[in-house]
Design a protein around this ligand. Structure first.
Ligand code: HEC
Ligand code: HEC
Ligand code: HEC
Ligand code: HEC
Ligand code: HEC
Ligand code: HEC
Ligand code: HEC
Ligand code: HEC
Ligand code: HEC
Length: 498
């Protein structure tokens, strides 16, 4: 990109702007103008007036000026619907409706902001300065670092407009777990604890994800030191969406739309038992960038698998340790693998508002709605009752595995062994003798976890793996079913501790 403005063209633009007649059909810039009747829908402001920029004299410059130096971003942005947001209003005769312009132009109602096509044409549409703030001073003094516009990945940037009853994406997102950094991790990020941000931040910190994964920077563990929870970015809009460009990553966008997703909405991969591959985010779709397993296999004694293995369950894979490479559950792809938008089919399904009847569903709580099930299951009710049936079945199967594990713990050999350990380690009883150390099972020493037979280790691992990642079975019904049957059998046939 050129770092310097081509002064001649900037100058030319201003001169052209001034030489144009001012369109008089609109009221002023007070922020509460009278609602005018719909215009004629013409992109030129109506009445045969040629658009101009005599009014562009304040803090906003308009994207065509930014283009001088940020030409790549500008080219991308031109292709997005943001750049055409005023045309969208004009196409339905609302191009001069003051109730609409605030979110479809730059700075409408503010001093120096959009007024009309005739005087402020270059501020039409959603532009750079809607998200970065007025940047006129920066554009004139590009080398002055103190005047650089803000770059923020926080959701309130988008929440200025993606709000309200027609498209409550911001409010809905705000209710989701993506909106805030996991409370357990905030203290470590705020303290800059070594190893935390670079390990856990890959999935739990929007700031880290943006700088490290999206921009390829080296980010120190203390990058968020001293910040309060609300100053830390969770999984914000700009983590899933590219703010500048169409990406072609949406599986089934509506006509003319793109959704600007950063990663492909759908991806297919061959199931693996290799741990490195099982946690390789590049194998997975947008959601699978973070919702994949990490670090643990059944031989690990200290902790259960992380509850993030949804994508792995969806593809029907479970990692194994290198020394026991056989799959503990046979790989099996989900019946839902071909859902048109994969995870988003069930988790980001949308429905427009029906005025006075039903609210808009933005899909951005990421909770399962039954809207997306209809295409295959006929109706929302049919899908819901089918899911309730599966949940009930899976709950029974989970309970059977736990019962089998407790039954193993209750056998005389384990009662003696575990009772002694329990007394020594402060665990209340021999219940959960089969558990990981982190769950107050036998302490991880030569006499403790080392004695737990492989059957039990496999069974408890499977139990956690599908309970946390299985989506009540829906992620991969037959895989989850079979996994739990295998786990029960393993626990029932487990030998006593030596
Ligand atoms: C005369 C050239 C020039 C013009 C015109 C210009 N910029 Fe910049 N802009 C720069 C330079 C140089 C930087 C610093 C780039 C860098 O650090 O790589 C920059 C940085 C930025 C940044 C990033 C700031 C940061 O902290 O990383 C934003 C956002 C930005 N410009 C927006 C705009 C907008 C919006 C406009 C139009 C109103 C605009 N620029 C017009 C030259 C320009
Ligand atoms: C000034 C208001 C405004 C702001 C700020 C804003 N948007 Fe938008 N956005 C709109 C409008 C209006 C549209 C619809 C444009 C149209 O269809 O004409 C839109 C459309 C979109 C679309 C749909 C694009 C498509 O191809 O389907 C996405 C995705 C989007 N915005 C994401 C974002 C994100 C992410 C941010 C913050 C980084 C953001 N927007 C900030 C007003 C805004
Ligand atoms: C609070 C900000 C805001 C206001 C005010 C607003 N819009 Fe929008 N409008 C948006 C956003 C954001 C989108 C993108 C919606 C999406 O894709 O989820 C949008 C999209 C649209 C679309 C594209 C159709 C669609 O849903 O994709 C039309 C048409 C539209 N708006 C018309 C209007 C009209 C007419 C008014 C005034 C009566 C208006 N808007 C007022 C923010 C606003
Ligand atoms: C819908 C909101 C939105 C619009 C419109 C928008 N930006 Fe941005 N911009 C962002 C966000 C969010 C980021 C940080 C995330 C990213 O880099 O993708 C960003 C990042 C930047 C950066 C820093 C990039 C870097 O790698 O450090 C520059 C420069 C920039 N924008 C310039 C522009 C220019 C110029 C335009 C108009 C042609 C523009 N932006 C339009 C939201 C927007
Ligand atoms: C591969 C991405 C990823 C990494 C790396 C990751 N997590 Fe998570 N974590 C997730 C996801 C996704 C969830 C949410 C799962 C759910 O709620 O279904 C989650 C949930 C959590 C939870 C709340 C759920 C619970 O167990 O009660 C905590 C606490 C947590 N992670 C801590 C950590 C810590 C500490 C680290 C670093 C040592 C870490 N995570 C690393 C993806 C990850
Ligand atoms: C975890 C990822 C994720 C986050 C975070 C996210 N989105 Fe989305 N968004 C999606 C996906 C996936 C779709 C596509 C939905 C579909 O296929 O129907 C989408 C669609 C959209 C669309 C176009 C469809 C529509 O609603 O009209 C808009 C606009 C949008 N998101 C805005 C936002 C805004 C604003 C935020 C932040 C408040 C946000 N998104 C946060 C994943 C995300
Ligand atoms: C950048 C990482 C990232 C991406 C991408 C991502 N998520 Fe998440 N998601 C998380 C983390 C981290 C949590 C858990 C936060 C916590 O527990 O504190 C989470 C939580 C959730 C939850 C709540 C789980 C619960 O226990 O209540 C759902 C549902 C969810 N994500 C679905 C999705 C879907 C669907 C997508 C894709 C459209 C997606 N996520 C993309 C990181 C991500
Ligand atoms: C792409 C098509 C498709 C979509 C979308 C879809 N399903 Fe399915 N689903 C299937 C197929 C095929 C089966 C296997 C045949 C059957 O049991 O009906 C199935 C089976 C099921 C089962 C029974 C599994 C079992 O073995 O007991 C449940 C429960 C289920 N789906 C729930 C849902 C829910 C809930 C949604 C939406 C949130 C949904 N499905 C979306 C195609 C789909
Ligand atoms: C067929 C519909 C469907 C698809 C496809 C789907 N999910 Fe789910 N998901 C569910 C259901 C149903 C639940 C359980 C909700 C409940 O019990 O209330 C769930 C639960 C979750 C949870 C909460 C923790 C858990 O596992 O119970 C997360 C996180 C999640 N899904 C992420 C994903 C991701 C990531 C994908 C894609 C790899 C995905 N889902 C694909 C239906 C689906």
């Amino acid at each position: 990109m050129s770092k310097f403005p081509r002064k001649s063209s900037l100058h030319a633009m201003i001169v052209i702007g001034l030489s144009l007649p001012i369109f008089l059909g609109m009221t002023g810039t007070t922020g509460c103008p009278v609602v005018p009747p719909p215009d004629d829908g013409g992109g030129g402001g109506g009445g045969g007036v040629t658009p101009g920029d005599s009014g562009v004299t304040g803090k906003f410059k308009g994207a065509s000026v930014c283009m001088q130096c940020h030409s790549n971003i500008h080219t991308d942005w031109v292709g997005t619907l943001h750049s055409k947001a005023l045309e969208t209003l004009e196409a339905i005769g609302q191009g001069t409706n003051a109730n609409c312009l605030g979110c479809h132009t730059v700075g409408f109602g503010e001093e120096g902001g959009y007024v009309d096509r005739a005087t402020t044409n270059s501020l039409a549409g959603v532009q750079c300065e809607n998200c970065h703030g007025g940047a006129a001073e920066h554009a004139m003094n590009a080398s002055d670092e103190s005047l650089r516009p803000k770059v923020s990945i926080m959701a309130d940037v988008c929440g200025q407009c993606h709000t309200g009853e027609n498209h409550p994406n911001f409010e809905d997102w705000g209710m989701s777990k993506h909106a805030a950094v996991e409370p357990e991790l905030v203290p470590a990020f705020a303290a800059g604890t070594a190893g935390r941000l670079n390990t856990c931040g890959k999935c739990h910190s929007g700031d880290f994800f943006y700088r490290s994964i999206l921009k390829g920077e080296t980010v120190p563990d203390n990058a968020l030191a001293g910040l309060a929870s609300e100053q830390m970015a969770g999984i914000t809009c700009a983590i899933c969406h590219n703010p500048h460009a169409k990406t072609g990553n949406a599986a089934t966008p509506e006509d003319g739309r793109d959704y600007q997703l950063r990663f492909p909405q759908i991806a297919f991969t061959t199931p693996t038992t290799d741990l490195t591959m099982a946690q390789d985010r590049t194998r997975f779709n947008l959601c699978g960038q973070c919702h994949h397993t990490r670090d643990r296999v059944w031989t690990d004694s200290s902790r259960e698998p992380h509850p993030s293995d949804q994508a792995n369950v969806f593809f029907g894979e479970i990692p194994s340790p290198a020394m026991f490479p056989d799959p503990i559950v046979p790989p099996r792809a989900s019946v839902h693998l071909n859902a048109a938008e994969q995870c988003s089919t069930c988790h980001v399904a949308r429905k427009p508002i029906v005025e006075g009847v039903a609210p808009a569903v933005s899909g951005h709580t990421f909770e399962v709605t039954y809207i997306g099930c209809v295409q295959c299951h006929g109706s929302e009710e049919a899908a819901e009752s089918k899911l309730n049936g599966l949940k009930a079945e899976i709950d029974v199967r989970l309970a059977l595995v736990e019962e089998a594990l407790e039954a193993w713990s209750a056998r005389p050999a384990q009662v003696t062994w575990c009772g002694a350990l329990a007394a020594a380690t402060g665990c209340a009883s021999v219940e959960h003798c089969w558990e990981f150390t982190s769950e107050c099972g036998p302490k991880n020493d030569a006499g403790g976890q080392g004695k737990i037979p492989n059957n039990i280790k496999k069974a408890r691992y499977i139990l956690y793996y599908v309970r946390e990642g299985g989506g009540s079975g829906a992620h991969n019904p037959d895989f989850v079913r079979e996994a739990l049957m295998i786990a029960e059998e393993l626990a029932l046939t487990a030998p006593d501790v030596p």
